[in-house]
Design a protein around this ligand. Structure first.
Ligand code: DGT
Ligand code: CA
Ligand code: CA
Ligand code: ZN
Length: 570
């Protein structure tokens, strides 16, 4: 959401709560101001910077104060106080799409509803449709919106669950009743978010395994404990399912519980056509019920006339057909990666000094890394003045000599300004090895404008890559309006890389967009976008996105020799 839209929404909400409280006059003032702000032709922070908030029609002194408070702190104390004055549950209900304060108040007053669970139950019992002006259609929409709300707030970022998975695997592997242990489901497919974890264990002694599992340290609640299936909840509220499987049908279970559901459904349909039956216990002959394969995934796929396929591809987006026709891509893998092409130091707003990053890079076996601190105009990220950049370049040069194992590239994550020009002069940019250009401001621009800004940046002769191209933050902010087709077209023609940013909440480009970029002839660069040393471990997340995007070694520039990376753009 743009800043203008956010502020407009805040003013509307204040207006709505005031309506409920019967303050008609004040409420109208806030609602009109909200409309005006939404219709502003420029970024409201620019208006505020000129001290002209009160010049916006319908914005008086107190509303101007509300706006400037929001600009400074991202919230409004007027709104917070108003929200506090509401009955319990109303606040949470208005987080549901399509439920405003007025409606939430009626649920509270007329039906004594004090929370979302209660509201959902009432909707399912069809108790909402009795209220004045509320029909079955709206009731259905509310049920849908609640389920979306729940999904939104209960999915975990892949980057946060991977370390947890590592812990579970180590813990479970320690038990001698465990023959094999893996995490299946969306985590094995490396989806960007994960609903719950599906742990599979191969064992002949299920009771021992289950007992060990439910004693795992970070568990706060046991939801179910049985011989083959147990379910627990971890401290961070992540749910973990355990299934214990006999070794002879482990492959079938692994295949089934890895999913995706859509992949499995398509697979089974194909099985039916060829006289086969596939389920979580094995692959069978439909007529005779004779077992054909169950112990490992490879045999199951091969018995169905396919090659085994990496879990990252199993989303039913053409992988089954490709496998049958023998044209599965040879996916890029972590061990092919030679370096990290997006890193920040404490010269700009990151935590650690350059030398610590270099040491970590050496320990990770990187052949090269690019130091890409923010540019001068990005004050919130302590962007580097030309003078400071020159100082950093000297330090890079010195360390590059001191550490012959890794080549340290000079670079920048240069801001693309509002008019599409670059935040450093070409004279500066021409001295750097790896220039990333990123959009960090003006998210509220329209699609034409944003696309043009990015295309202008791609045409700058010194730009090597576009950083986090869409600006989305998973579950928090959808990307800015962009015509990606035009961007990819230009990038392909100009030989500029598109980044797959490995930061867990970014993963930008997405798998789907990366695949499209590849189809259009674009090469992809990976960067951890680390803002401290441990975050350099985010790079494998970028590799996962690349694999889910069907990318091969040739598509991912970090697998190339350094000379090729630097010379790719003629
Ligand atoms: P999540 O947990 O929401 O991130 O997504 P998944 O894919 O891990 O889904 P989950 O945990 O509900 O189920 C794990 C796997 O089990 C899923 O990927 C495929 C399989 N599975 C679950 N339900 C069904 C189903 O109704 N039909 C089929 N064929 N497979 C299913
Ligand atoms: Ca799951
Ligand atoms: Ca599950
Ligand atoms: Zn950035």
């Amino acid at each position: 959401m743009s800043l203008n839209a956010e502020i407009s929404k805040t003013l509307y909400e204040i207006g709505e709560i005031l309506t409920i409280k019967g303050d008609r006059f004040k409420s109208r003032a806030y609602n009109t101001a909200a409309q005006r702000v939404a219709a502003l032709p420029e970024n409201i922070s620019a208006v505020a910077a000129r001290g002209e908030l009160e010049k916006i029609p319908s914005v008086g002194k107190s509303i101007a104060l509300t706006i400037s408070e929001y600009l400074e702190s991202g919230m409004s104390s007027v709104l917070l106080d108003l929200r506090d004055s509401l009955p319990p549950g109303v606040l949470r209900m208005i987080e549901i799409e399509g439920i405003g304060p007025k409606l939430a108040m009626r649920f509270s007053k007329d039906l004594d509803i004090t929370g979302i669970e209660e509201l959902e139950a009432a909707a399912k019992r069809q108790q909402l449709r009795g209220l004045k002006g509320l029909g079955p259609k709206k009731e259905e929409n509310i049920i849908k919106a609640i389920s979306e709300y729940k999904n939104r707030s209960t999915r975990f970022l892949l980057g946060e669950v991977l370390p947890i998975i590592q812990g579970i695997l180590t813990y479970m592997g320690d038990n001698n009743a465990v023959r094999r242990v893996e995490v299946a489901g969306s985590a094995r497919r490396r989806k960007e978010t994960v609903g719950d974890l599906d742990v599979l264990v191969s064992s002949n002694e299920p009771e021992k395994v289950t007992e060990h599992f439910v004693s795992m340290p970070p568990i706060v609640r046991i939801l179910g404990q049985g011989p083959t299936k147990s379910t627990v909840v971890l401290k961070n509220m992540l749910q973990v399912d355990l299934r214990v499987i006999l070794p002879e049908s482990y492959g079938a279970a692994l295949q089934y519980f890895t999913g995706s559901k859509e992949h499995n459904v398509n697979l089974r349909t194909i099985g039916v056509k060829t006289g086969l039956k596939l389920n979580e216990y094995g692959l069978y002959d439909r007529e005779t019920d004779e077992l054909i394969a169950a112990e490992d995934e490879e045999t199951i796929y091969e018995s169905m006339g396919m090659r085994w396929m990496p879990p990252e591809l199993r989303e039913n987006t053409g992988e089954i057909e490709a496998s049958i026709e023998g044209r599965l891509p040879d996916l890029v893998s972590l061990d092919q990666i030679r370096g990290d092409l997006h890193l920040h130091t404490d010269y700009s707003h990151a935590a650690d000094p350059l030398e610590h990053l270099v040491e970590k890079a050496v320990s990770m076996g990187h052949e090269y890394i690019a130091i890409t601190d923010h540019s001068k105009g990005l004050a919130i990220a302590k962007g580097l003045s030309e003078k400071k950049l020159v100082k950093l370049l000297k330090e890079i040069e010195a360390l590059d000599e001191e550490y012959p194992e890794v080549r340290i590239l000079t670079g920048t994550e240069c801001d693309i300004k509002g008019d599409g020009s670059m935040d450093y002069s070409n004279e500066i940019l021409s001295q750097l090895d790896f220039v990333i250009a990123s959009i960090h401001t003006g998210f509220q621009n329209n699609e034409e404008k944003l696309t043009q800004r990015m295309i202008d940046a791609i045409h700058n002769p010194y730009v090597k890559a576009i950083g986090h191209p869409t600006g989305r933050l998973i579950q928090r902010r959808s990307g800015y309006a962009l015509n990606l087709e035009r961007v990819f077209e230009t990038a392909a023609e100009q030989d500029v890389f598109m980044e797959i940013n490995g930061s867990p909440s970014r993963l930008d480009l997405t798998d789907v967009n990366a695949r499209r970029a590849k189809e259009m002839g674009v090469k992809l660069s990976l960067g951890s976008d680390a803002h401290n040393v441990p975050q350099m471990e985010f790079l494998p997340l970028g590799v996962s996105v690349a694999r889910r995007g069907w990318l091969t070694q040739e598509d991912v520039v970090n697998t190339w020799e350094l000379e090729k990376v630097l010379d790719y753009r003629k």
